[in-house]
Ligand binder design. Structure first.
Ligand SMILES: [Zn+2]
Length: 200
């Protein structure tokens, strides 16, 4: 026992000293590199107060990025009909109804302030917005459902870099966890924004 202590102790001390010198805690050897890009601190900053959660519900988290054969988003389970809202002020890039592919009824919106695109798949019915339309943070885009390739009512939410519904995939989970609930306040604010815009 004593001999083992003598053999391992200097290594531990060396690791602690190295950590102190570099300002970092000693870490285990690096694992495999992540298979896909992840969100950065800049994304968390971009989340801030100008953005809200994409659902008017506290969902159950399902499959995330990389799950089940290259899954490119985060599944958020909630009751059918739950309003899905714009994460931020944005412009609608795509809005498809009756699409029988994997996405089902879906909406894609672009957030110019963050230079990010958000995709919402599997809506219960046709989206409430159209391509080219400007939407306010918290504005309803459609309702949660299970159209397309789907096995249970949920929002498949994607975060992509740039102005492109098919752009580089980012992990939406860390981003989602930074967002405050949309709630009814979000909808009320969106209504105020729309009213102010219409009265100009
Ligand atoms: Zn999904």
């Amino acid at each position: 026992m004593t001999r083992l202590w003598k053999r391992t102790r200097p290594l531990a001390v060396a690791a602690i000293v190295a950590g102190a010198l570099t300002g970092a805690l000693p870490l285990p050897a690096a694992a495999e590199p992540p298979p896909v890009p992840v969100t950065t601190a800049a994304d968390a900053v971009a989340a801030g107060p100008a953005r809200v959660f994409p659902l008017l519900a506290a969902p159950r988290y399902g499959d995330g990025l990389g799950a089940s054969r290259g899954h490119e988003g985060q599944d958020l389970f909630a009751p059918a009909g739950t309003p899905e809202v714009a994460v931020s002020d944005a412009v609608v890039l795509e809005a498809a109804a009756g699409y029988d592919g994997g996405r089902g009824n879906y909406v894609s919106i672009y957030d110019p302030a963050a230079d990010r695109t958000y995709n919402y798949f599997h809506m219960i019915a046709a989206p409430q917005v159209a391509p080219g339309q400007h939407v306010a943070r918290g504005q309803e885009l459609g309702q949660l459902g299970c159209s397309g390739s789907c096995w249970g009512d949920h929002l498949h939410f994607e975060l992509r870099a740039g102005r492109d519904p098919y752009g580089p995939v980012l992990d939406p989970a860390p981003f989602l966890h930074t967002l405050p609930p949309a709630g009814r306040v979000g909808l009320a604010e969106a209504q105020m924004v729309r009213t102010a815009a219409e009265s100009r």
